[in-house]
Design a protein around this ligand. Structure first.
Ligand SMILES: Cc1cc2nc3c(=O)[nH]c(=O)nc-3n(C[C@H](O)[C@H](O)[C@H](O)COP(=O)(O)O)c2cc1C
Length: 340
């Protein structure tokens, strides 16, 4: 499949996303709801520029001929270290009339078919979680839930656990979401004691718990102390707080404090297999990709999502070849020329 799906997406996503040649947040400044970054979109832009500032040591004098992109994340074997980021609200962020069910179904089915996992989002209206649960019942994927309060939170956790997911997650940074505020359902930051209780609830049900929205070593440590089984280094694609650093900038210090105690996922501005390689070299175990997956799902459904995965996998393989790494475990900061 060529990039035809992008032409289709450009039409379908009119008013929400211009499907730019490089998805860098320049054309969609402040468009939240929509696909843009909040405010001046500095956080979105910083995600892109932080990755651009990382450069690679090219080497062609070695014996690696067929790099292997396979890895394992929280007990699930993946053919490549990339998951679809949780994204919800197709109708108000991407394309009026585009069904949430079709959106998430293509993402989960596409990543599953390519040997990885898609994640699902949450929010208001409830059709976001309804669509997620329906699709998770058919495909293996990881649901992310907002930090709702009390009974509502546990009811949502129970709902997604019924789909028997390999893990569940929470985007604790959702306290900054204007979309929730606009719909009269804001959420607040979560104190570590409450987080510990929530994670304990998941653990009693034998399910690993991922905390998404970590941008400092201190928060990474708090997440670990609260019992998190993995974290996602993320500024929500620049949609939560203006003027955050890029995730590639903060990742090395977070990896240093985590010391491989739990796996680290990261997202924000990852657009190519080379970007994936950079994030792994900076300390991540897996990478999440957001907006480009949405464009593929809206523009070409399952086929386009699969084709996008194949492209990223091929680019990653090529980048591993030219940096002389045979396996994902072999990727270290030694392949970096200059860090962000
Ligand atoms: C339209 C849109 C909706 C999103 N919805 C969610 C969500 O429901 N839950 C969540 O954890 N993150 C959500 N995110 C954030 C993504 O999971 C991810 O952190 C971000 O998109 C990564 O940056 P990238 O798009 O530059 O790859 C959303 C992002 C966008 C663009």
């Amino acid at each position: 499949m060529s990039d035809d799906y992008k032409t289709n997406a450009r039409t379908l996503m009119q008013g929400y996303c211009r499907v730019c040649p490089i998805c860098n947040g320049r054309a969609c400044i402040g468009e939240v709801p929509g696909m843009g970054g909040l405010g001046t979109a500095a956080s979105f832009h910083n995600n892109i520029s932080a990755l651009q500032a990382v450069t690679l040591n090219m080497t062609a004098l070695h014996s690696v001929t067929a790099p292997n992109t396979a890895t394992t994340f929280l007990g699930t074997k993946l053919t490549f270290p990339v998951l679809a980021a949780p994204i919800g609200g197709a109708q108000f962020n991407m394309s009026k009339g585009f069904s949430e069910e079709d959106y998430i179904e293509a993402v989960l089915a596409g990543f599953e078919a390519e040997g990885s996992l898609g994640c699902t989002g949450d929010g208001v209206p409830p059709f976001i979680i309804d669509a997620a649960v329906a699709s998770l019942a058919k495909h293996k994927g990881i649901p992310f839930i907002k930090p709702w309060e009390g009974k509502e939170l546990y009811e949502k956790i129970d709902r997604v656990l019924e789909t028997n997911p390999p893990a569940i997650g929470m985007d604790v940074d959702a306290a900054g979401l204007v979309t929730l505020r606009k719909m009269g359902r804001p959420v607040t930051p979560m104190d570590p004691g409450t987080l510990k209780d929530v994670i304990g609830y998941a653990h009693e049900r034998k399910t690993p718990f991922i905390v998404k929205g970590i941008m400092t070593p201190l928060d990474a440590e708090k997440a670990i102390q609260s019992g998190a089984d993995a974290i996602v280094v993320s500024n929500h694609g620049g949609r939560i707080l203006d003027h955050c650093p890029g995730t590639a900038q903060v990742l090395p210090a977070i990896a240093k404090i985590v010391r491989h105690r739990i796996p680290i996922a990261v997202d924000g501005g990852v657009r190519t297999g080379t970007d994936v390689l950079k994030m792994l070299a900076l300390g991540a175990d897996v990478v999440l990709i957001g907006r480009p997956v949405s464009v593929a799902s809206v523009g070409g459904g399952l086929q386009a999502v699969q084709s996008y995965c194949q492209t990223i996998k091929a680019q990653l393989t090529q980048a591993m070849l030219l940096t002389g790494v045979a396996t994902i475990a072999d990727i270290t900061e030694d392949i970096l020329y200059a860090k962000a």
